[in-house]
Design a protein. Sequence first.
Length: 199
Amino acid sequence: MDKNPGIGLFGGTFDPIHIGHLITAEEVRDLFGLDEIVFTPSNRSPHKPDRPMASARDRYEMVALATKSNPYFSVDDIELVRGGTSYTVDTVREFRERRGDEVSLHLVIGADLMLDLESWKDPDQLLALVTIIVMSRPGYDLRQVPEPFRGRFEVARVSHIDISSTMIRQRVLEGRSVRYLVPDAVEAYISAKELYRGR
Ligand code: ATP
Ligand code: MG
């Protein structure tokens, strides 16, 4: 009954991490029987030229705080250490080299990103290296995935949590509460470091 450990790589800007990320990641882990979910905060996202707002270290720190209590969750600074623009295909290759062929690698992404896969670096290579698990997300229709990628990914029907980091940043900027939208430790970190308050 020995099976290869199943790992889910969960990339993102996490600017900041919120409960939408955490709830859906745990649901994916449970649905697919994965042994680990590894959060990989980006150094710089190719999809977000004018961002992030918080530094890579602060975003990493918030992911670390948010994932600490879940033994299946961890955070990896692989993209921070590599520096520059963070391409998922590079992260997957590096992770594969590090962990060897015995692990079964999955890439966990939201439906919004799957609709956009064509614009990624080497999408075909990426699909050859990992199983992509797409989480449903409010407002994004997976029937609209471009033709070359249809049927080449797994779908995780997760709870629809209509929360985004953009919404969290906006609320902080307006001086509104983000309590319960992010873990308590992340709320405290944002406030102590005065993140997202504008300049
Ligand atoms: P932003 O508003 O800054 O784009 P975000 O909330 O989309 O932030 P990201 O860091 O861009 O967060 O997303 C990281 C990953 O998490 C992506 O794969 C994204 O699709 C997914 N994701 C984020 N929020 C949700 C959510 N509420 N439900 C499902 N997936 C989500
Ligand atoms: Mg996003």
